[in-house]
Design a protein around this ligand. Structure first.
Ligand SMILES: Cc1cc2nc3c(=O)[nH]c(=O)nc-3n(C[C@H](O)[C@H](O)[C@H](O)COP(=O)(O)O)c2cc1C
Length: 185
């Protein structure tokens, strides 16, 4: 049997009714057989502070780092806040990047999908995030780019994925499955 890669999925919105979380869950269902997607929660991570990260770090930091380290790859599903990366997601990235020299991100194949009800699909957040991933040595899938705009209509009132959006998400997650395999090979 071919390898199944575990994917740490980070959702940039903490909202219960988050469209991004729904997209992450939809991607988990659409994922090809070689990927297993698990959402890693970021909402309980204290704001990164080197002072509390000395000696024994907060349990939430250690648990988060362990989740990312033990995954084969990482997937970011995020809204855009003020044309950039939402603070909880940037905080999670910072937590995972420390202690210095022991970054949990290093070398993990990554991909980003930004999701917004707005017309430009969170382009600013998507590209600001890419900037951090370059520094963190996360090889990030280039194509297909995924800016999911008009996301207010991606799910119907019952929460079902619209048939219009399904092919886009399917193509994205299929390409990511191939990308992870290629990078890990
Ligand atoms: C603080 C804040 C800033 C926002 N800034 C942007 C923005 O720059 N671009 C954008 O497209 N939407 C922006 N939005 C709207 C979000 O895209 C929208 O609330 C979206 O539904 C959030 O994703 P979620 O449904 O997964 O929580 C902003 C929302 C908040 C709360």
């Amino acid at each position: 049997m071919s390898k199944v890669y575990t994917i740490a999925v980070l959702v940039g919105s903490l909202r219960k009714a988050s469209i991004n979380r729904k997209v992450a869950l939809a991607l988990a269902e659409l994922a090809p057989a070689n990927l297993k997607l698990n959402i890693v929660e970021i909402g309980d991570l204290p704001l990164y502070n080197e002072d509390i990260d000395q000696g024994t770090p907060p349990e939430a930091y250690s648990t988060f780092r362990q989740h990312v380290s033990s995954s084969d790859a990482v997937l970011f599903v995020t809204p855009e806040y003020n044309r950039s990366v939402p603070a909880p997601l940037k905080n999670a990235i910072d937590v995972g990047s420390r202690p210095y020299g022991q970054s949990a991100w290093s070398g993990k194949p990554g991909a980003i999908i930004s999701v917004s009800p707005g017309a430009i699909g969170g382009f600013g957040a998507n590209h600001h995030l890419r900037q951090s991933l370059v520094f963190l040595d996360v090889p990030c899938m280039q194509q297909p780019e995924a800016y999911l705009g008009g996301a207010g209509s991606v799910f119907d009132e019952a929460g079902a994925l619209s048939e219009k959006s399904r092919p886009f998400l399917q193509a994205f997650i299929d390409a990511y499955g191939k990308w992870v395999e290629k990078q890990s090979g």
